[in-house]
Design a protein around this ligand. Structure first.
Ligand code: CTP
Ligand code: MG
Length: 585
């Protein structure tokens, strides 16, 4: 986001800046359009570079029908800047609502959703429409409480005067922003004809929708409006599962406050002659700078951010962050700064997910399976995180014969000069052009891969070996942690350092149990019943794997080896047999 020079001077007070910012946004678009030359001269050339990069990748997208994460980010960010979020009344009439808003300009897209009330996301075709709309928005009054005068694009729709009868008929359809409950999912999967179809159905039910994705970028954009009070050129970018292609509806929103364009990294000083530099306050370390920035922005979010509640500053974590809930969207948000390696790993995961559709499907399935059995949790603890599970799936896919996805070292070898990236001494280089990546021909089905995944980790030598997607081969463990997964870019770090021995044991035991279940004809073939819509269908295949397990009670791996089929599985099989016999009789 580029802001014109006159705007940059306005750093006096946050309120003054906030007010200016709202007006500045209108001139921003004009400012951008006026002259490209201005952009080339201005301190941060990243927008220009980004555009060039986006154009380059757009060209390759056309060839292969895939979008680079960069292009996706640019598109979504632009959409978000032209969007507003409006809290509506449950009786809001869609037609009237649209007619009212259309007075400010053409609407590109809109949708409604429910989260502590009904909300609408409205994307205008032009930025000017947002400015025009905001000019006519009133400051709330009539309450015994005083309002903090921070104006944002989060608005409330009021219907003053008499309510006419047509207002009671909403005609709206709300877009779901959360996943279906697990029991629903089990029923849905049980109706499918094959395990491959079950996996596709699960992926479809869980992955982020177009609307949810838009909402995520809009929340980033709303937060950016707060952060620009101090750092007019900053952007707030989503990373992690919100954008890496492995996000499930309801996942948290990881955000990065990106100040790179302000840091002056891109400015080349002349070899001789006069030049100017900013006077800036200094701190002991980059970490201290990050902490102080997040502390201030966290305070602003807490004090002024409409809809932001439960703000916690977790500044002493390895990666300092501000955590809060954004009530209007229902997102649990983590705001970080100076976390460029995480952005790189997001790009890498996105790239792997785009290479072969089996990657995403398998990751979704394994994540859902792990969640159903409490192997992962949204609460921090000794469990395996979704990120670790994703890396485990990627590693498994690299170990297939022939491999389904290439190693990170191979992706680095394919990189061109523009892909070169070293962050804090870590080599984060890998190819971004999909066309340079040649995949080997592996025709395994999702059903085969799921079974093999469980087999693979049921027998993996965790006590000696480390999982390493850079090499695509297990390596000797450099430390004693029960589970060692090398961080792809910060290679001295273990992604799963938090996992304790009993959690790993549970994971292994569940892998054994699931691999075994998939081999049994009783559970691996459709059971019939309820397919025509009557009654609940009998769980089979993937649905069986999502049913509660009693593996938690198993204390040691040795014991599991001697007794591969737990009593529960036997019981389950018995009950399946009985049910089928009852149906036949
Ligand atoms: N990350 C990392 N190293 C870690 C943990 C996280 O590089 N040890 C990066 C990854 O890019 C990850 C992102 O930070 O995707 C966000 O972390 P997290 O929220 O824990 O994982 P998600 O992938 O977003 O998964 P979830 O849906 O559980 O939030
Ligand atoms: Mg996340």
């Amino acid at each position: 986001m580029r802001i014109c020079a006159s705007f940059r001077k306005t750093m006096a007070s946050s309120f003054a800046v906030c007010r200016l910012h709202m007006r500045g946004r209108a001139s921003l678009a004009k400012c951008l359009q006026k002259t490209d030359a201005f952009l080339h001269r201005s301190i941060g050339t990243d927008v220009v570079i980004a555009r060039a990069e986006a154009t380059r990748s757009d060209e390759s997208d056309e060839k292969n029908g895939r979008k680079s994460l960069h292009t996706l980010h640019m598109e979504r960010r632009e959409q978000a800047e032209r969007s507003v979020l409006i809290s509506c009344q449950s009786s809001t009439n869609e037609k009237k609502f649209l007619k009212y808003l259309s007075k400010h300009g053409e609407i590109n897209k809109y949708f409604f959703y429910e989260s502590y009330g009904v909300y609408a996301v409205v994307e205008f075709a032009n930025q000017e429409s947002v400015t025009s709309l905001l000019e006519g928005v009133a400051i709330p009054g009539g309450s015994h409480e005083s309002a903090v005068p921070f104006k944002s694009r989060l608005l409330s729709l009021r219907n003053l005067g008499s309510v006419d009868s047509s207002n009671q008929v909403s005609g709206r359809q709300c877009q779901p922003q959360t996943t279906i409950p697990i029991n629903e999912l089990i029923k849905r999967l049980s109706r499918e004809e094959s395990i491959d179809k079950q996996i596709s159905s699960l992926t479809e039910a869980y992955q982020l929708t177009e609307e949810n994705s838009r909402l995520r970028f809009l929340v980033c954009s709303l937060l950016k409006d707060i952060a620009t009070a101090y750092f007019p050129e900053c952007t707030i970018k989503p990373f992690g599962s919100s954008v890496n292609g492995f996000g499930k509806l309801g996942c948290d929103l990881d955000m990065l406050l990106d100040l790179d364009s302000i840091s002056g990294r891109n400015v080349k000083l002349p070899k001789s002659g006069l030049s100017l530099e900013y006077q800036m306050k200094r701190a002991n370390s980059e970490r201290a700078v990050t902490q102080s920035i997040l502390s201030v922005i966290g305070e602003c979010v807490d004090q002024f951010g409409p809809g932001c509640v439960g703000v916690q500053k977790i500044l002493n974590a390895r990666c300092p962050l501000v955590r809060f809930a954004h009530q209007p969207s229902g997102f649990q948000c983590d705001l970080t700064a100076n976390n460029r390696v995480a952005m790189k790993s997001t790009e890498l995961l996105y790239l792997y997910g785009e290479l072969d559709p089996r990657v995403r499907s398998l990751v979704f399935t394994v994540r859902c399976w792990a969640r159903a059995h409490g192997v992962t949790s949204s609460i921090p603890g000794a469990w395996i995180t979704n990120f670790s599970l994703t890396v485990m799936v990627l590693f498994f896919l690299q170990r297939r014969s022939p491999p389904i996805i290439p190693t990170l070292d191979h992706l680095r070898d394919l990189a061109g000069p523009a892909d070169k990236s070293v962050i804090e001494g870590n080599d984060c280089t890998f190819v971004s052009d999909f066309n340079k990546i040649q995949l080997q021909s592996n025709t395994e089905t999702l059903e085969q891969l799921l079974g093999e995944f469980f087999e693979f980790y049921a027998t993996f030598p965790f006590s000696r070996m480390s999982i390493n997607i850079r090499k695509g081969k297990e390596q000797n463990k450099p430390e004693v942690a029960p589970l060692h997964i090398q961080n792809p870019f910060e290679t001295s770090l273990n992604v799963s350092k938090n996992v304790n021995a009993s959690q790993l044991d549970r994971f292994v035991a569940l892998c054994q149990e699931s691999a075994w279940l998939l081999q049994q004809s009783e559970t691996s073939t459709p059971r019939g019943g309820g397919a025509g819509g009557e009654g609940a269908p009998t769980p089979w295949g993937l649905a069986t794997l999502l049913l509660p397990s009693q593996v938690a009670g198993i204390k040691s791996r040795k014991k599991r080896r001697r007794e591969p089929a737990s009593e529960r599985i036997k019981g389950l099989l018995e009950s399946l047999k009985n049910k089928n016999q009852l149906k036949k009789s």
